[in-house]
Design a protein around this ligand. Structure first.
Ligand code: PLP
Length: 395
């Protein structure tokens, strides 16, 4: 079997149509889009076309509210630091969740060291956010609330539109930033007429190349730019624009919008087939993706008394790519902060695996995974040091 790629929340294959659209801007159309001659205007126009495509993708009327960045990490840093750095009160209050991506959590921790007061909102055992707790913490000093739209490890969807609305009712000056990276291309996004001030997405999570991202900024929101220099992106993000990647992201956004129904039906069907297939065949498997609202492509399953890294190594031998619940982003073997926040028991915390599909995942690949993942778990159960516990589970 050729490679079975089930790690689409880490990154995605670039769609051939995206590559095709990018090619002229990697070859003959290389002018600096800010220059004053016709060949540069070709590039500038292509960037503006991509801006319109992204605005349509995010349900935004005015494409001028879209800023291109180098990645979603940059977008999150820009929004969070950009809001806090404008505050006169250096001890201002900021809120986020315990389950954010490190591109938000690390910035919060850094701001705490500089004097900000931060609140981290917990989730319940299903991975659902404690919204009452979040709202109870909003005060006149709260300058920013950051909540992700969908969680990268479990796929849990958070009700960001309602949260933004309720936050503004308590403090209309509190800004709301939403990390939309794992929602983009998987569920509909409609930012117009909402109370969300900033929203980030990343090209490489929906079949564009790595190294290009977006920050939506609702009109009227002032922030201190992260990168200062030229006047690109309305002086909000300096640096020569990466024309081919922006063009690729625009096309990927168009295709993601076009394929959304497929994502919500077919990708979900395949995800459910994989999830049910594994859960019914493996006695020590426990579902971690238990949130009522969930993106259609993700499942996270804990295998009790088995080491996650070993599962990945064995799956790799069979050409199945997945990812473990541990903090792979930091290269550490510590169990995932998301699953810990969800109070996943230690018996399956270290053996949790995320499988994430895309519109390129085939039925044949899912059948292969449904057949082979249980085999791998059974093999590993035989060499697990927890023989008594596994026997008690019927293995
Ligand atoms: N936010 C979430 C939820 C993510 O999953 C990721 C990437 O894994 C990022 C942000 C960072 O995106 P980028 O790689 O574009 O910096």
């Amino acid at each position: 079997m050729k490679n079975v790629y089930l790690d689409n929340n880490a990154t995605t294959k670039i769609d051939d149509k995206v590559v095709e659209k990018m090619m002229p801007y990697l070859t003959e159309n290389y002018a600096n889009p800010s220059s004053m001659y016709d060949t540069a205007h070709v590039c500038a126009n292509a960037i503006e076309e991509a801006r319109v495509q992204v605005a349509e993708f995010l349900g935004v009327k005015n494409e001028k509210n879209i800023i291109f960045t180098s990645c979603a990490t940059e977008s999150a840093n820009t929004a969070i630091k950009g809001v806090v750095n404008r505050c006169e009160n250096k001890n201002c209050h900021i809120i986020t969740t315990q389950v954010e991506h490190p591109c938000v959590l690390s910035v919060y921790e850094n701001l705490e060291k500089k004097g900000c007061k931060a609140t981290y909102v917990p989730v319940n055992e299903n991975g659902e956010l404690n919204i009452e707790y979040l709202l109870s913490k909003v005060t006149p000093e709260t300058v920013l609330v950051s909540v992700m739209h969908a969680n990268n490890e479990t796929g849990a969807i958070y009700p960001v539109y309602d949260i933004a609305k309720e936050v503004k009712k308590i403090n209309k000056d509190t800004k709301v930033f939403v990390d939309g990276v794992q929602a983009a291309g998987k569920i509909p996004i409609e930012l117009e007429d909402t109370d969300i001030d900033f929203y980030s997405v990343s090209g490489h999570k929906f079949h564009a190349p790595k190294g290009v991202g977006v920050l939506y900024v609702k009109k009227g929101n002032l922030f201190e730019p992260l990168l200062l220099g030229g006047h690109q992106e309305s002086s909000l993000r300096a640096g020569t624009q990466n024309t081919p990647y922006i063009v690729g992201l625009g096309e990927a956004a168009r295709l993601a919008k076009e394929n959304l129904t497929y994502e919500l039906t077919e990708v979900k069907r395949l995800r459910d087939k994989l999830e049910n297939g594994i859960l019914s065949a493996v006695k020590n498997a426990k579902l971690n993706s238990k949130s009522k609202e969930r993106v259609p492509n993700t499942t996270n399953i804990g295998f009790e008394y088995i080491e996650g890294e070993l599962i990945l190594l064995y799956l790799n031998e069979l050409n199945i790519n997945a990812s473990s619940g541990s903090a792979c982003t930091s290269g550490s073997l510590d169990p995932s902060h998301v699953l810990r926040a969800q109070k996943v028991p230690f018996t399956s915390l270290h053996g949790s695996i995320r499988f994430s599909l895309s519109r390129f995942t085939t039925e044949e690949e899912i059948d292969y995974a449904v057949k082979n993942v249980p085999e791998v778990i059974k093999k590993l159960a035989r060499i697990s040091p927890f023989q008594d516990e596994l026997r008690a589970l019927g293995l």
